[in-house]
Design a protein around this ligand. Sequence first.
Ligand code: DGL
Length: 273
Amino acid sequence: MNNGASIGIFDSGYGGLTILSEIRALMPEYNYIYLGDNARTPYGTRSFDVVYRYTLENVKKLFSMGCSLVILACNTASAKALRTIQQNDLPRIAPDKRVLGVIRPTTEIAGTLTKNGHIGLFGTEGTIDSMSYNIEIAKMFPDVKVTGQACPMWVPIIENGEADSDGADYFVKEYCSTLIAKDPQIDTVILACTHYPLLKDKIQRYLPSGISVVSQGPIVAKSLKNYLTKHTDIECQIEKGGVCTFYTTESTQKFIKNASIFLNTEIIAQTIN
Ligand code: DGL
């Protein structure tokens, strides 16, 4: 029996659309609500407190719109807000609902992605400074060396629809060279920001050949599928209508234009406060 609930997908802006696409490709049957907090993006340079507060507001909004499960399709929010929301807020505000992030599914398999045990990580300042990936990967794969590189210019470039521009090349080249200078043995690079798959071709081009560049979308989608198989109490609440609705905290027109870059398709979106 379902109660007409949806799966909520939240990101600070457009990045979560790269996760949503993969989730919908694997599980098209469910209803989804996407919420992009475009009015307050980027989150990557903001403090713990601010990211936590914004994320909690968005999670509550998605709950009030009928989501019984919310995916924080944002590494920054997963690094800075997820644990507090799960441990402190959920038991109080919505004990029957669930919030999951994107870091855990990625770190769980990180050690299987590298052949030589040297992983590079591109993320926002918030994600890299939190050391969440290093800490989680060390628990599961203590022999793997993880080297992070913050890329503060990439999200603004992507949010402004400039990912394919020549101007983007400069900053892609810069962060790629800096990462490899820190550990020349890196054989695998994880894109630990949901926006970055839009720069994947350029990133691959500016890294030494042979390095495997990994996007999180397929990893998160597979992990969510496993989760729903194991948690039938949550799964049975979700409506299977195959419908996806989009909300943004910014202008609808801008969202529709930029979202089409991520999704390769036209969508309808609504603005919420
Ligand atoms: N897409 C988000 C992430 O995965 C961050 C973007 C931002 O800085 O707002 O970290």
